[in-house]
Structures are given as C-alpha cells and as structure tokens.
Design a protein around this ligand. Structure first.
Ligand code: B3K
Ligand code: ZN
Length: 867
C-alpha cells in the first residue's frame, strides 16, 4: 500500500462522519497549509457559472498530510498543480471536501468549478437577487463557490476578475480597488479588482447587476479622499440619501471616538432584496438587505430610519473590528460581533438620546436574549460546540456579547478602554485572533485585572443577582448585600452601578460596586432613614435581579433617580407587578398609585421620546420571561386589561398629549421623532376605547408619513377597527409595487387579532406577491404572525403552531437559515404551560420525523427534544 493509499483511507474515514458531527472549540488546530494569494475568475451565467480559482499555497507542517479543501454544492471541472492538470485518481471528491495528496511545499493550485446561482435558494455563496448576482460568504458560504480552506484564520490577498454580459450587468463589483476593465467578444465585458488587505474568504464579495448609484466622497482625518457609492435598484436612488449620510456620520464618529480611519480608496454598499440577514461587512463592498438602506418618509418609519443608520454604522465599524482584526475560528465570533454591536450602540447613543437608545437595547436583550439563555440553545458568548455555524449568529453572541464589552468599558472607564483598543490594534492588526487576545490587550493596557472577568465568556445563562438591604437607625448605616447564585460555576466579576436616594435631604449618592465574590456587603453611612436603592444604573450588567421593592420605593425611583434607565425600569417593574397579579386574579382592579404614577409621567416635563418609553408597557416576551410555565393567553388578557384600564381612567390626559404632539408638517429631527412616538403611544391606548375610534380614521387620512400610517394600521389590526379592511386595501393599492412597504402590509395582515386569522393566513400564502423564497417576505408573514400575534399563535387548539410547522417544512428545503430563525418560539416551549409544552413537543417530534432535516433545524430540534 502506498503512502497515498493510506492517506486516502484516512480521508474516507473523515468523510463518513455525518454532517451532524459537532465541532469543538477545544479541538482547534492550525491548518496544514496556508494560502498567500487567490486569483479568481468568474464567468457569470444563471445556471452554469464557471469559477477559476488559482491559489498560491505553502505547506506549513512538515508532514505528508493531504490537502483537504472545503467545498459544497460544486461541480468540479478540473484540478491542476503548477500548471499540470491532475487525473481523476490523484484526488478525491465528496459532498463536502476535495482531498489531494501533494508532495510539494510551495505550489500553485488551480481549481475550476461550476455552480448554479439560480437554484441557490439558500442564499449562501453566489446567488441571484432579482436580476442581480450577489454573494454571501460568512460564515461558510465561500465553499459553495470554490474548493478552499474555508476558515477565518486563512488570510490571503484576492484578485477577482468578473466576466458577464455588458448590457445586462453594467456593474461588476468585488472587493478592493478596480485595476482593469474592458470589453470582450459577444457583448461580454470584464472588470478586475484587487484587494491589498489579506482577508479570510468569508469577507469575499461579488456583485453584478444594473443599478442606480448614489455617489459621494469622504475626506478622512488624515486628508485622503474616499469615494462612497451606494448601489440600489433602478428608481430608488432618492431613498439612499439617509444611508449615505449615516455612512459619513459613522466614518467621522469612528475617527473622533477611536481614532480609526477607513483604509481603501472606495467604499461600496449594494442593496438587494433577497438576503438572509441585515447586511454583510465584506471588505470595501458591503452587501445590504435593502430594508437597511432604502428610506424616505413616505415609505419608511422612524424606526426604519434608526435601523438603517445603526446597520450602516455596524457594517462600517467592522472594517476595523472584524476585517482588519478578525476571528481565529468561528467560536470567537463575539470577538467581532459583540465588540461591533457595542460600537454601533455607542454611536446610536451619541446620535440620539443616550437614555432612550439604552432602554431600547435593554428591551431587546431582556425580551429575546434572556429567552434564548433560558432555552435549549443556550450557549456562552463564546460557544464551545457547534454543528451549524449559522445557528450561532445569536442574540447571545451579538447582544450579550455587546453587554460584556460594555462591562469592560464600565470597569476601565472611557480613557483606559480606548488605550486597550489601541493596544489591541497595535498587537493584532492583520491577524486572526481570539477573545482572550482581546481581553489580554484590554487588561495589559489598563492595568485592570480581568482574569476573573473572563468567566463571562464561558458561562451560558442569565446570572441572577440576589439583593438584600438592612438599615440601622442607631448607627445611621445602610447595608447592601449582593449575591450571585452561581452554584458550581465560578463567581463572575459584575459591575453594579447603584444610586442611593436619601429621603432626608434629597441627595443622591452614586457608586460603582464590583461584585466578585458569591456574596458581598457594602456599608453606607450617614442616613437617618433607609435610603431608596436604584440598582443597575444604565443597566450595568446583563443580569436578572431578585429584589422586591415597595411600590413607594419604585415610585420614588421613577421620579427622583438621576439615572434615566433606572427611572424607566422602576416603572416597568411596577407595571410587571400589576400585570402578573392580574393574571392570578383577573377581577382585581388597578391601584390608585399606578394611575397616579401614569398621571405624573403624562404631565411630566421630560422629553417626548423618553415619555413614550415610560408609557410603553413591557411586552409579551419580557413579561413571559418572569413567569414560570406561563399561560400565554392569561398573560395577554392581563396585558390588555391593564392597558384598557389605563386608557379608560386617563383618557383625557392621553388625548391631551395626543393632540399636543400632532405635527402638521413632517420633520425628521429628534424632537419630531420623539413627538410622533409619544403621539402614537397615546393613540395605541386610546384605540382600545370604543368612543375614540375616529382618531384612527382621521390620523390615517391626514398622515404624511409611514410612521403615522403604520401606527394606525397596527392599532386597527389589534382592535378590529371597522375600517381596517378598507384601509388595508387602499394601502395595498398604493404600495403594491414597493417591496419593503408590502412587507409591512403582510406583517400587519399577520397580526390581525381575530379568529379569522387562520383563513387569512392561508389566503396570504397564496397572494401573488407572497413567496417563501424571499426571506424578508417569509419573515414578514410567518415571523410577524408568531411574534406580533401571540394570542392566535398560542391558541390552545394548536392551529398557530401547526401553521408555523407547515411553513418550516417548506423552508427546510428552500432556505434552512431562515427556517432555523423562525422556529425559535417553538423550541422554547418549556417556558409555556404544560398543555402547550406537550402539544408543541409532539408537533416537533412529528416534524423531525416527517422531513429530512437540514443541519440548521436538526441541531435545534435535537437540543429542544433532548430528554
Ligand atoms: N457578519 C454578518 C452576519 C453574517 C451572518 C451569517 N449567517 C453581519 C454582521 O453581523 O454585521
Ligand atoms: Zn456584525
């Protein structure tokens, strides 16, 4: 048996391992080969795109291990080493790999593959979005383009030539700078790009199409001119101005805040309608879901505007945190994502109200990430075991990851955090590194010991903070004891911001406590009565608390605390208390002090945006997270009842605030946005009252912006307004050619609060504009039903659950990533009552037997159904 035969036997063993075999962080080892340069040629064709991939490779380990490249859904046409074409028995191909036994240390490897972009409905690798071609390679999509060492620690410089029909595809784009272009025979043309920055293949991008382009430029702090180009579907260029302004604000902010400048001569953004997620930070060529680029006031809401700015910023910030310094392996994903989310949150806070931005971040964390942490897919921000990497682009890695970075920011302070980041870039620019590398740079630069802090990277689940307080009038001492019930797990290093509000003299004492033990006590002197504790200022740590404060204390915090987050949070706690009490005793009437608290908010002299947040009730999932085995319908009844009682009792005040905040002319500044938010939250209370229904019709008729129109439609869908169908037909007529607005129309249809919803859903699935192949559309109908229509999704008959499963059966084949996102509420079944647990579990068991599951769904279902 030759050496080659032995090697092939090993390869066969590897290949027989199932697709579902987990990968472990602990098993990381470097690749045997490195790639220095990659030259790609794409001959674009709808069904048969040919890719020539020429790589300059070097063996790194002194052994004879074969070269095993990743590749999926590829047709292999040829393999050559140093210009010599290999014969079929010189290599082995499987569904997932190409293996070649090579006896050279330095060589050039050329691989020619063919792929079918039209049939690529999974939208990974190269696919078609409408008439355009585009790519998505993160996490492991490049292997659907060519055979490659598809892992982030393989960094190479890419030169890419794109060939296509000139009339159909006048723009041929890739990463870096354009180095050549020209016409070819048969109406074809080519453009060649070179990216001077070595990068992992997940940052590779290609786009080809016919677009309108919004052009601008940015002069960097060191005086270089950067060309900025946003490519959108024809006719949409007027909707790209907000994205362009956001990009320029982001570039300036990163220079001012972190001294980080853009590094290429051109920055391109392409908006496409078919995209699995929000956007992708490919070097110099971001590809965006059009939802996060296109906006004008008639078609986009204030929230859409906010999100466009945030996502543009997020992808831009990745140029340093992600691209210049990238991840060693995918277990380190939070290295770039947690840090970049933190950066985009800070940016948004600086652009808008910091308190309102923070409140909205915390709402997302508490309603969605806490649920993930309590469900079967709970994982640390640095996961240790992964089957399908796409399943780990989670709220935990992103949002909790950002909270972990925020805690470092809190512990170090602004200046030392900046010094830490400077050191991180100095040490690791151009490298693929780990979360530990990041923390060590932070610790080394600041002198702050972060060794215990590292446990945040290894522990799954939301920590629980126990709080107890005591007061001794004789010694004027107030004692605060904080504990963490971490059990077997090592104690975490938790920054806890507190304010003590003195009832003697109205003074407020603020401190940052650092909890590092299982339990610690702090003593504060000089109080003649027990001060009121406002805990977790600015939500200083992503924890839950066990601490029952009196209504009076909560009301004191609501009006007196300096920290706006705590003021808001105290109100939410008060509301949560009454909503959960009402669940147990539906006949209970709300206490006068809750009405009084709301009266004070409504008449307070505070910003409209903050007032709107204070008036917003905790949502279904935030509340459900606090209740063991919740009965969803009982919870929804309680929420509705509290809302209606508040509306009833305070109708005049709501109406007054509503009228005071009506604006005749549209404006897009922060004050105008805040006023719209406040007006529309008042509208949502008033819309529950039968004698206020005319408000909806009037606002709809006079609306000159999407925020106001959509606010009406949401209220009308929820309260079965008599004009709802007419409004929706008019809306459909007006917007049927505007994809992003029709997504909103489908989402509202899916949230109609009526038994007829199931029949409507069937009709909507058959609507000519509906397709499960478009992720935004699938999410706007199926996702909106499961999240915005909990009453019918959780209907005791199980019809809502069955509707979701019916769509998942199809999406499992069409687009596993989208399916895997949408299944979330079902795999979290243990948070619901026993009846629903049994019903959902049985449905999931049946589903998992019914179809050949994708890796994405199988990983989640196995976790959910594990005994
Ligand atoms: N990095 C991409 C996400 C890729 C998701 C792959 N399933 C967008 C972002 O976080 O900026
Ligand atoms: Zn990101």
């Amino acid at each position: 048996m030759s050496v080659a035969d032995i090697n092939f036997q090993q390869i066969h063993l590897r290949m027989r391992m199932s697709d579902f075999t987990p990968r472990y962080l602990a098993d990381y080892s470097e690749a045997n080969f490195s790639i220095s340069t990659v030259e790609l040629t794409f001959e674009l064709d709808e069904y048969k795109t040919r890719i020539i991939n020429r790589m300059q490779m070097t063996r790194k380990a002194a052994n004879n291990q074969p070269l095993i490249l990743d590749g999926e859904h590829l047709t292999l046409l040829s393999v050559s080493i140093d210009e010599q074409q290999l014969l079929g028995n010189d290599y082995q191909v499987s569904d997932t790999n190409l293996s070649i036994v090579i006896d050279r240390d330095e060589f050039s490897l050329e691989i020619v593959t063919e792929i079918n972009p039209v049939e690529n409905t999974a939208l990974e690798g190269l696919f078609k979005s409408g008439d355009a071609y585009c790519t998505q390679c993160e996490a492991e999509g490049f292997r659907r383009i060519s055979y490659y060492l598809d892992r982030p620690d393989i960094m190479a410089t890419f030169t890419t030539k794109v060939i296509a029909n000139k009339a159909q595809f006048p723009y041929l784009l890739s990463n870096g700078n354009k180095i050549a272009a020209g016409d070819l025979a048969n109406g074809q043309h080519f453009v060649q790009w070179h990216d001077p920055f070595p990068k992992p293949c997940y940052l590779f991008a290609l786009v080809a199409g016919d677009f309108d382009v919004l052009k601008d430029s940015y002069n960097t702090s060191s005086g270089r001119d950067v060309a900025l180009e946003i490519f959108v579907d024809k006719g949409n260029v007027d909707k790209a101005h907000h994205a362009m302004a956001s990009l320029k604000h982001s570039m300036k902010w990163d220079e001012d805040t972190f001294g980080l400048e853009y590094d290429l001569d051109i920055y391109m953004i392409v908006a496409v309608d078919f995209f699995n997620m929000g956007a992708m930070e490919n070097k110099g060529l971001n590809v965006f879901n059009s939802k996060f680029v296109l906006a004008d006031e008639t078609s986009a809401t204030d929230t859409d505007y906010f999100n466009v700015e945030a996502v543009i910023a997020h992808e831009y910030f990745h140029n340093w945190t992600g691209n210049r310094v990238t991840c060693r392996d995918w277990f380190q994903l939070s290295l770039k994502e947690g840090l970049t989310v933190f950066r985009d949150q800070q940016f948004s806070a600086d652009m808008h109200s910091a308190a309102v931005t923070r409140i909205q971040n915390v709402r997302v964390l508490r309603s969605l990430q806490f649920a993930e942490d309590a469900g079967p897919m709970a994982h640390p921000i640095r996961p240790e075991k992964v089957i399908e990497m796409n399943n780990f682009y989670t709220l935990t890695v992103y949002e909790k990851g950002a909270e972990v970075i925020r805690m470092i920011h809190t512990l170090l302070g602004v200046e030392k955090f900046r010094q830490g980041l400077d050191l991180y870039f100095k040490r690791f620019d151009g490298m693929a590194v780990t979360c530990d590398d990041f923390i060590n740079a932070m610790a080394d630069a600041s002198g702050v010991d972060l060794s215990q802090f590292k446990h945040w990277y290894t522990q799954a689940g939301t920590p629980l903070l126990n709080v107890s307080e005591s007061f001794d009038a004789n010694s004027s001492e107030y004692k605060l004891t904080l504990g963490q019930a971490s059990g077997e797990k090592p104690a975490l290093h938790i920054p806890v911001g507190v304010e003590l509000i003195s009832l003697d003299d109205q003074q407020i004492q603020s401190s940052l406590l650092q909890l590092t033990e299982q339990a610690q006590t702090w003593t504060f002197k000089g109080y003649s009565q027990k001060p009121v504790l406002a805990l977790l200022t600015d939500f200083s740590a992503p924890v839950k608390t066990q601490f029952v404060q009196s209504d009076q204390d909560l009301q004191c915090i609501m009006t007196r605390a300096n920290d706006e987050f705590c003021r808001w949070d105290a109100g939410q706690k008060l509301l949560t208390r009454y909503i959960t009490q009402l669940m147990q005793q539906p006949s209970l009437s709300l206490p006068e002090n809750l009405y009084q608290a709301f009266r004070e908010i409504l008449s307070a002299d505070i910003s409209a945006a903050f007032k709107a947040e204070q008036l917003t009730l905790p949502n279904f999932s935030e509340l459900a997270d606090n209740i063991v085995e919740v009965d969803p319908i009982a919870l929804l009844d309680a929420i509705d009842s509290v809302k209606q009682s508040l509306a009833h009792e305070l109708a005049q005040l709501f109406l007054q605030q509503y009228q005071q905040n009506v604006q005749v002319d549209y404006a897009s500044d922060g004050t105008a946005i805040g006023k719209r938010a406040l007006k529309n939250i008042c509208l949502s209370y008033l819309s529950t009252l039968s004698d206020q229904q005319a408000l909806l019709t009037t606002q709809f008729q006079h609306s000159n912006n999407m925020t106001d129109s959509l606010a009406v439609l949401n209220c009308a869908a929820k309260n079965r307004h008599e004009n709802f169908s007419d409004m929706m037909s008019g809306f459909e007529q007006k917007w049927r050619d505007t994809t992003l607005v029709m997504d909103k129309w489908f989402a509202i249809q899916a949230s109609v609060n009526d038994e007829s919803i199931y029949e409507n859903l069937t009709q909507l699935i058959a609507h000519p504009l509906f397709s499960l192949k478009n992720p935004n559309r699938a999410r706007s109908l199926v996702g909106a039903f499961t999240t915005n229509n909990p009453r019918y999704f959780h209907c005791a008959s199980g019809r809502g659950y069955q509707f979701l499963i019916d769509q998942l059966i199809q999406l499992n084949d069409i687009n596993p990533q989208v399916a895997s996102r949408l299944i979330t509420p079902l795999i979290q079944f243990k948070s619901f009552d026993k009846h629903r647990q049994t019903m959902i579990k049985a449905k999931l068991e049946q589903f998992s037997k019914q179809v050949k599951l994708s890796k994405d769904l199988k990983e989640k279902l196995d976790a959910a159904l594990a005994p």
